[in-house]
Design a protein around this ligand. Structure first.
Ligand code: GAP
Length: 435
């Protein structure tokens, strides 16, 4: 119950403070689709930037790609998604509703003496379809991509050649993916339109196990570095009946959401499944020949795959805190400064001294996303920023007029420090960016 309560409070906060809204709300919304408001899109951009920095920018063995959402439909035949990307569905003859076969017991209450009255399971493909072309008759049917990685496999040779990379090296991509999920649920946890951050690492077959182990640790550590509570993260190894058709080994990093432990990120050993499948289906060779040893092989692939939306929910759940300051209850998001949508808020103590405070805000805005707030008492202004995760608030008071110093207040500890205006930007830079 307490957990449900947390989720309800978090959803309300996201709605009221401009993080996440239901899509097309004035028409009643549409199940499994969400819009990200002003703070939500800032936070998503920060999540993507942090991932890109970690996966591409700081590494010499990784390059980026931004491919189209729609690919030649043969892609999805070769990848196995047309044949295998299914959920088995059953209809309840009593309530006339449709369920995923493995979820009937938990979701359908129309059982008599513990027995359901169900139709035989039917396979339901999760890929969303669209039609391309001017006329209905000649239009071809295509798919909105169900995972972003397939184009990485299709472009593997182009990227390798044009970026002068050779195995072992990786290609990273961030982009939208679509799945006709039967039961989109738990806010943005499982939606029908979502964004993935995926990396495919191409290596000699003999090195695949070591790289798999390496990227498991690399990804886990990057979640810890974003400030996620280690007690709420754990590993789950896929058993033989859970493995996707393209995997020979897979681990999920799970997070303890208010609704239970669930998948956060997948680390997959895709061996040479995809490159071989596309090579066979397209007739285009996807092997690599080592110029020194002349050894020719199809690279093995280690994949790391995580949702932007899923990461956002993890970070919000992990950051959501209620405590008491000076006998007053407050809600705060303990987001890491790199992820917080607004990094610093500047307050003049009184409207009479708004102008110099505004000048400070304008100066800080050049480096950090900065808010300026003149309305309400200082306590209320602090609460508003705490609730959206702003790590620092700067108050310009009447003493500032003479000593040229401001009060910097830290969100979690609420500790305050007097800092000279001249050194403010450098001080905040050290705290927010680490340099
Ligand atoms: N390319 C491999 C792949 O797509 P996956 O386990 O199906 O693997 C990877 O998805 C990640 O994408 C998940 O761990 C999750 O973070 C995110 N994800 C998958 N389906 C999602 C959905 N319906 N809504 C939001 N995020 C989703």
């Amino acid at each position: 119950m307490a957990h449900q309560d947390t989720m309800e409070k978090l959803v309300a906060l996201c709605l009221n403070r401009g993080f996440i809204y239901p899509s097309s709300e004035i028409y009643g919304g549409i199940n499994g689709f969400w819009d990200y408001g002003p703070l939500g899109c800032e936070m998503r951009n920060n999540i993507k930037a942090a991932w890109w920095q970690r996966m591409v920018r700081v590494r010499n063995d990784m390059v980026g790609l931004d491919s189209s959402i729609i690919a030649n439909p043969e892609t999805w035949v070769a990848s196995g998604h047309v044949e295998n990307f299914h959920d088995p569905m059953v209809d309840c003859r009593r309530c006339k509703r449709r369920f995923r076969a493995d979820q009937v017991d938990s979701r359908c209450s129309d059982a008599e003496d513990g027995a359901h009255d169900l139709t035989e399971p039917k396979q339901f493909n999760l890929m969303l379809k669209t039609r391309i072309g001017a006329s209905e008759d000649s239009a071809i049917e295509a798919y909105l991509r169900a995972e972003t990685c397939q184009s990485i496999f299709l472009d593997f040779k182009r990227v390798m050649g044009s970026s002068r990379q050779k195995p072992p090296f990786g290609i990273a991509q961030i982009g939208k993916a679509f799945r006709n999920e039967i039961t989109p649920r738990n806010f943005i946890f499982r939606s029908r339109e979502f964004e993935q951050m995926e990396m495919e690492f191409f290596c000699p077959p003999a090195e695949a196990s070591d790289w798999f182990q390496y990227f498991r640790e690399y990804r886990f550590q990057s979640h810890l570095d974003l400030g996620i509570d280690p007690a709420r993260l754990r590993w789950h190894e896929h058993g033989p009946d859970e493995l996707a058709h393209y995997c020979r080994e897979a681990y999920d990093i799970e997070f303890e959401f208010p609704f239970g432990w669930q998948e956060f990120e997948g680390i997959h050993d895709r061996f040479d499944f995809d490159l071989k499948a596309h090579s066979a289906h397209s007739g285009k060779d996807q092997t690599y020949t080592n110029p020194e040893t002349k050894e020719r092989y199809t690279p093995f692939v280690v994949e790391t795959s995580v949702g932007v939306d899923r990461t956002m929910l993890v970070l919000l759940c992990s950051a959501f805190t209620e405590d008491e300051v000076g006998g007053e209850k407050r809600t705060l998001l303990k987001l890491s400064p790199s992820i917080a949508p607004i990094k610093v808020a500047v307050f003049p103590l009184s409207k009479k001294i708004a102008e110099p405070a505004e000048r400070i805000a304008a100066e800080l805005q050049r480096r950090f996303n900065t808010a300026f707030d003149v309305s309400g008492n200082i306590g209320r202004r602090y609460r508003r920023q705490d609730e959206i995760g702003t790590p620092f608030c700067v108050t310009y008071d009447f003493d500032s007029e003479t000593d040229q110093k401001v009060t910097v207040r830290e969100r979690d500890s609420t500790e305050q420090e007097r800092i000279s205006i001249d050194s403010l930007s450098g001080y905040l830079s050290q705290k927010i960016l680490g340099y």
